[in-house]
Design a protein around this ligand. Sequence first.
Ligand code: BG6
Length: 487
Amino acid sequence: MIQNKICDIIIFGGHGDLALRKLMPALYHLCHDGHLPQESRIISVSRDEVSQAEHIALMEEKLKLNLKGDCFDAEYFETFKNYLTYVKADLTQSSSYEKLATLLKGEEERERINYLSTSPALFGTICKSLHEFDLITPQSRVVLEKPIGRDLASSRVINEEVAKHFAESAIFRIDHYLGKDTVQNILALRFSNMLFAPIWNAQYIDHIQITVAESVGLEGRWDYYNEYGAMRDMIQNHLMQLLCLVTMEPPCSLDGDAVRDEKLKVIRSLRPIEGEDLTTKTVRGQYSAGAINKEAVPGFFEEEGGSPKSDTETFAALRVDIDNWRWYNVPIYLRTGKRMSKRYSEIVVDFKEIPHSIFPNKGSCIDTNKLVIRLQPDESISMFIMNKVPGLTDGMRLQKVKLDLKAAEDAPRVPDAYEYLLLDVVRNHAALFMRRDEVEAAWTWADTILDGWCKNEIKPKPYPAGTNGPAASIAMIEKDGRSWYGE
Ligand code: BG6
């Protein structure tokens, strides 16, 4: 195992939802599995008036709640608690940073990771205060959680403020989808198998679908979500990253810049969706009350904290075109939404029809080959191919067969996305983090659509919770002679 250096991991917003639900469990696993040397510290910074003992008790309670399966080990927690330190601070007040400065004094040689798990509005203030208190050492990095802005202009402001104090190579912008095991597996599938290389292009692929469906609603985040909507919350980042990994050219290595250069080229090749295309190639939706798993669920307006005047989309479907040689005329259909019938994320690569059939009925029974990458839940990779029905049949009868390329059932525990990403920050590996030019290029493309929706008053169409979005999203793909996979 690689021996990692001693680190101080400082979590700003240390008692917030993300820190308690995702970061602390990930750090627990990293410590437990020997990835963080024992002298390392996990310093939680928050406004809460609690003692060190109360902080440890809170972490214990939350780990019991948030660690999956039976991963909480009471005996190990006695060791883990030695990593934990609490600092009370109001991050908007520069005097608040004194305590942190005292704690960090004399430890300048350590790797120092500043995880900003706060509202982006505070990113600039925190970085400035760290600078004023001389807390930015040559070994310092900063980790930024999304959303980095809600459009190009606001993302630039945030990026500028952070860039005043941290070099781009020390800035780690998280998109947690890149930390998912199955998402990283796309790289393995594409670039460690010769099988797919010659057919991964417009000559053999008809189209690609990427669906990220959620059955949850707003989980108490109405105000945030109402400001962002599906386009800003999911498409500009998570679905964009999936699209890039599936369609980018092979990078020359797994180095941070090699991978990110290729992703950037894809984003820059996306055809802007504007004018008439806004109505033919995009669909916005908003859920009304309905039922999921036979349980009644409220509509968008009736969710906790909701208000009836909102044009925010909770669903979006798009037809995206990539203007380059490899993907000429190969549409990529993207779809995501809240309160859909079930939670699943899937990428479907649909190959072209065979050029000429030698089988009965002109081969009407032949379905196109499909590669289906199920990212969550029930991760799997399946290939659908045609096969002969065995035995003495009248003429040659064909059937569709599923080849399951799933990893062995007894594979070890799959780490959570945040474990991968935090470990990469500790090791200073940037490939799975977004570079500034990438984020800004993604906003440039998304802004054209968002502005178009706004200027042309394209409102979301209602869909009942528990369905797969408005009927218009089905019409959008059917008009191209295709259909959503599995429907
Ligand atoms: C977050 C979005 O980035 O991703 C949420 O803000 C969304 O709205 C979540 O629910 C989905 O992540 P996952 O890992 O559950 O698919």
